[in-house]
Design a protein around this ligand. Structure first.
Ligand SMILES: *Cc1c(COP(=O)(O)O)cnc(C)c1O
Length: 451
């Protein structure tokens, strides 16, 4: 299996190369050249454990990796999850179930991809002997999960930019209290999008990229997307076969990586009912699905900070399929969007997608209602998924983070404050962070000073 760029400017590459590079050299995102047809596998796969399912799925894509290496990388990635089911389904009522994705080491769904990515990087380094420098921007959870996945891995240095004061105090502690020598959390003045732009520009500097072996852990990395497809498949296989094809996955959404990972399965002949894109008040994607207009707003901090995003990087991947693989058109749209901050599609509609947006006022109300009705605590991101969710619609709500990561929201709303021993333990450790100006040359100098 080979991988092509959404912008069509590079020769297709192997799985390992796509993973090592993250962003393609032409500025595009990698996608598989073709899709495996999973229809005939689904029966056999229904009885597999989570790691075995993940392995069976990745064998279709990671065709240049040694199978036993791949198996070990996957099994060790999911060893540190605290729930034996890895991604358990919890029923709330006749129609609704919650897919709990917060049992990994940093208590958010990003662990599913980043625990595995850390192991894939290790394989890569073992094979090529080349060291890697991982650079990413985070609005909170990605940084913590990336750091946890790459902690102490030899041959890897990790630099994570985050907006100072705009991630939750616990998220910041998860990034800064690791004690690891290969990890550098960089606090910047500005928003997540400022951090993301700087990271993108550094990736555009090909000489720099080559010289230090730069790789991306943002959800632009294809391995992350594929690792996330697995829990949709795992959940889908556990649904009542009578309603599988009508079940909607409801996905708290920021960069569009998570929901895109689910949608990819529909391209592999897994008949999923639909996807509901749940945004917070930063509603660029809700407006897109509503009106066909993709228009940049300004980011405003919300109670669901990991979704405070206006440029949804992974949208480019969906766009590629929407434009029927025409990379010339992808470049035009992305260019227009970059220059003018908006693009109006004439008839934007993708079967199976719906959307919602939730204000900060509504988030604590929803948390309270879900608690009162089902004695179930949801975090502020997951809360967005319940906005206007029809009671009779068979739905799987993705719970993207553990509620204990955001105690302030519960305290302010006078609600029961959730706790987690994993987070309590962080309070005793000393934070280490670095302040850097949010421009490519300052960040580059900082990175170079660590080599
Ligand atoms: C990252 C994150 C999201 C958004 O996921 P995307 O893949 O960017 O759409 C939602 N909720 C939580 C808790 C997150 O950490």
């Amino acid at each position: 299996m080979r991988y092509l760029s959404t912008r069509g400017g590079v020769e297709p590459v192997s799985f390992s190369e796509a993973v090592a590079q993250g962003l393609a050299p032409d500025g595009g995102l990698y996608l598989p050249e073709t899709f495996p047809d999973l229809a005939s596998e689904l029966n056999d796969w229904a009885s597999l454990s989570y790691p075995d399912l993940c392995h069976a799925f990745f064998r279709k894509f990671a065709t240049d990796l040694d199978d036993e290496d791949l198996r070990k990388a996957i099994h060790s990635a999911y060893k540190n999850f605290s729930d034996p089911g890895i991604a358990p389904l919890v029923r709330l009522n006749e129609s609704w179930q919650v897919l709990e994705l917060f049992h990994g080491p940093t208590l958010a769904f990003k662990d599913f991809a980043l625990q595995l990515l850390g192991n894939l990087y290790e394989l890569q380094i073992k094979r090529t002997g080349k060291k890697l420098c991982v650079l990413g921007a985070t609005s909170g959870d990605t940084g913590a999960a990336a750091i946890s996945g790459l902690l102490g891995k030899s041959g890897v240095k990790v630099f994570i930019l985050y907006p100072d004061g705009k991630v939750s105090p616990l998220q910041e502690r998860q990034m800064t209290c690791t004690g690891a020598e290969n990890v550098f959390p960089l606090a910047i003045e500005g928003t997540f999008d400022d951090a993301q732009r700087t990271v993108k520009e550094l990736f555009g500097d090909l000489a720099f990229r080559e010289s230090i072996g730069l790789s991306a852990v943002n959800s632009i990395n294809l391995a992350r997307i594929l690792a996330q497809s697995v829990y949709y498949l795992y959940a889908w296989l556990r649904l009542d076969p009578a309603i599988r094809n009508q079940t909607t996955f409801v996905v708290p959404t920021g960069n569009f990586g998570n929901v895109f990972a689910g949608w990819l399965l529909t391209q592999m002949n897994v008949p999923i009912g639909g996807f509901r894109v749940a945004t917070n008040k930063n509603d660029v994607l809700h407006r897109l699905f509503d009106s066909g207009e993709y228009e940049l707003g300004s980011v405003s901090p919300s109670l669901a900070p990991s979704m405070d995003i206006q440029v949804a990087s992974n949208f480019e991947r969906l766009l590629f399929y929407f434009l029927e693989g025409n990379s010339q058109r992808v470049r035009e749209v992305m260019n227009c969007f970059r220059l003018e901050g908006r693009y109006a599609f004439e008839n934007f509609s993708i079967p199976g997608f719906s959307s919602s947006c939730t204000t900060d006022k509504e988030i604590p109300e929803i948390i309270g209602n879900v608690w009162n009705e089902y004695q179930y605590l949801v975090d502020p991101h997951t809360a967005c998924a319940f906005k206007d969710l029809p009671k009779d619609q068979p739905s799987v709500v993705l719970a993207t983070a553990h509620p204990a990561k955001f105690p302030q929201v519960f305290e302010d709303a006078g609600l029961k404050i959730p706790i987690s021993p994993v987070l309590e333990a962080l309070l005793d450790r000393k934070p280490v962070k670095h302040r850097v100006d949010v421009n490519p040359s300052s960040v580059r100098s900082f990175i170079e000073s660590k080599f």
